[in-house]
Design a protein around this ligand. Structure first.
Ligand code: 4NP
Length: 156
């Protein structure tokens, strides 16, 4: 399966989600492919925010080499699952979709934690560095739940 994590800038939430999911996939000896992108292009070409890098490092995940990019139409075709961090991202990605099959790929990531609640991953960019920890933890829970779910589906 190919999974794309999407936020606004692709320098805080989605690169942390990408790093966590890839690390968990490796630990479980799975072969899923993960990438991330932003709905905006202001940070394209940049490394993740230093607070995101430091937070992930604290939990043993290296995201320092990731490079921000903007989501494009091709992503809607090439990825199987597109997880968005908040409702603004959801609307922006839906506008790129061309058919029901592509629309069905797009889902709020925290629905992996509280299904159907449409909760948002708060944007930590404007806050203090310690705001990144709770964001990291919720991303980690969502990643674990998602992998548990798809592993169960493949076993049955
Ligand atoms: P992200 O955070 O969407 O989690 O990467 C942000 C990063 C940059 C900006 C907004 C959110 N910005 O406005 O530049």
């Amino acid at each position: 399966m190919r999974i794309l994590m999407v936020c606004l800038g692709n320098i805080c939430r989605s690169p942390m989600a990408e790093g966590i999911l890839r690390s968990e996939i490796t630990k479980r000896k799975l072969t899923h492919v993960v990438d991330s992108a932003g709905t905006g292009n202001w940070h394209s070409g940049e490394a993740p925010d230093r607070r995101a890098i430091a937070t992930a490092k604290k939990f043993g995940v290296d995201i320092s080499k990731l490079v921000a990019r903007q989501i494009d139409r091709g992503d809607l075709e090439s990825f199987d699952k597109i997880f968005v961090m908040d409702l603004a991202n959801y609307d922006a990605v839906l506008r790129l979709t061309r058919n029901a099959e592509e629309k069905a790929k797009v889902e709020l990531f925290l629905n992996q934690v509280n299904p159907g609640q449409d909760e948002e991953v708060p944007d930590p960019w404007f806050g203090e560095a310690d705001g990144f920890i709770p964001v990291y933890k919720m991303l980690e829970t969502a990643c674990t739940n998602f992998l548990n779910t798809i592993e169960k589906i493949h076993q049955s």
